[in-house]
Design a protein. Structure first.
Ligand SMILES: Cc1cc2nc3c(=O)[nH]c(=O)nc-3n(C[C@H](O)[C@H](O)[C@H](O)COP(=O)(O)OP(=O)(O)OC[C@H]3O[C@@H](n4cnc5c(N)ncnc54)[C@H](O)[C@@H]3O)c2cc1C
Length: 348
């Protein structure tokens, strides 16, 4: 049937694009639907893509190990997509012991993670304001990726491998049928054996029972008026803020208050909170003069435990690949590789 696919993927953020790229290698007839363009809508459009392994959750840490491996592989294919600038993570005192245990389990010669002294940290990030009781984790091979470029490259690669990509099409409704699923757009009904909902925070609009909510992630671009902007990623548990290098003169900063809602449209505007990001960044680096340059109203689809919704609901001919909870850039490509195997086994 002309308008019948093996699989329809809804959303071409990092999740949908990476999944399409993996599934397209199997020869299954695949359609990728995106209301904007790959990487230009939702979380992936604003994401700064910090990639690190340490996380207080061992489950997420396990995902991140696979994520780093996959980004390294993608960096060989597309040099520069993953910049390994190093990461400093300031731990609250009560988390130091737990982190030591996790480091024993997860630090490796392939990807070392170490607790370092204040003196060593100052060498990595001169002028860093380190709270007196803080533990300092260093991931010298951590860094950041470009999620927008990754979406475009992955979607392009998927097309080269046979996936059909339809941009500018918003899915209005998904309905399970006895022998497949129908995907309704404004003007058309498309059918498939399986539909994957990878619409980020919007996924719940299509499948209301997904245990997902939207959370704002206000992110700011700051300009360094002095010497060059910081060139290392920084995550500070004390203030809940973080920084990611942008270029010689610019740095990205986050951590300002977040808001929750049932859907992205119900989130309040966050522009007023960008001065808070500047203030937090300035507390971390008091000697680096910074100015607010720009603010981004980012958001993502969250789950209560920050773990993604990655599951096949065979009886409804549906799969979910969403709920990456503000952490997905680091491991989505690896999760997509694994989930695509499950999907292909089911469909073949
Ligand atoms: C400001 C910000 C900073 C972040 N920083 C980091 C970080 O440093 N490190 C990290 O690991 N993670 C980070 N994240 C989180 C990470 O980027 C996300 O978890 C990840 O990008 C989610 O990808 P996704 O494909 O699931 O969702 P999205 O990127 O939201 O993609 C969903 C896509 O579906 C499309 N869509 C939605 N509804 C429909 C519909 N009805 N029909 C058709 N298409 C539809 C949207 O247009 C969008 O393109 C950050 C996120 C934000 C917002």
């Amino acid at each position: 049937m002309a308008n019948h696919w093996d699989i329809i993927i809804i959303g071409a953020g990092l999740a949908g694009s990476a999944l399409a790229e993996n599934i397209s290698q199997s020869g299954l007839r695949t359609l990728l639907l995106e209301s904007a363009e790959p990487g230009s809508g939702g979380a992936s459009a604003c994401s700064r893509g910090i990639v690190r392994v340490y996380d207080p959750s061992p489950t997420l840490m396990q995902y991140n190990v696979g994520g780093v491996r996959e980004w390294r592989r993608l960096n060989q294919r597309w040099p520069g997509i993953f910049r390994q600038c190093g990461i400093i993570y300031l731990l609250r005192e009560e988390h130091i012991q737990g982190a030591q245990g996790l480091l024993r389990a997860f630090s490796s010669s392939e990807y070392p993670i170490a607790l370092i002294s204040r003196h060593q940290a100052q060498r990595v990030m001169p002028g860093l304001n380190i709270p007196s009781q803080a533990g300092i984790l260093h991931e010298p091979q951590g860094g950041y990726v470009n999620p927008r470029l990754a979406c475009q490259l992955l979607a392009h690669q998927a097309r080269e491998q046979g996936t059909e990509l339809l941009e500018g099409v918003q899915v209005k409704r998904v309905e399970s049928q006895s022998n497949g699923v129908s995907v309704h757009t404004e003007h058309q009904v498309l059918t498939a054996r399986l539909a994957v909902v990878a619409a980020g925070a919007h996924s719940r609009t299509l499948i209301p029972e997904i245990p997902l909510f939207s959370r704002s992630i206000p992110l700011s671009t700051l300009y360094s008026t002095g010497a060059q902007a910081p060139q290392t990623c920084l995550i500070d548990e004390y203030s809940g803020s973080y920084m990611r290098p942008g270029s010689t003169s610019f740095v990205f900063a986050g951590g300002a208050p977040q808001h929750d809602a049932t859907a992205p449209a119900a989130l309040p505007q966050t522009r007023g909170v960008h001065p808070a990001n500047l203030q937090l960044a300035q507390q971390m680096l008091p000697d680096v003069p910074l100015q607010l340059s720009h603010g981004w109203d980012g958001y993502d689809g969250y789950t209560a435990d920050f773990l993604p919704q990655t599951r096949l609901i065979a009886e409804r001919h549906l799969a979910l690949f969403c709920g990456f909870s503000g952490r997905g850039a680091k491991y989505i490509p690896d999760a997509a590789r694994q989930f695509s195997q499950q999907i292909c086994e089911y469909l073949q």
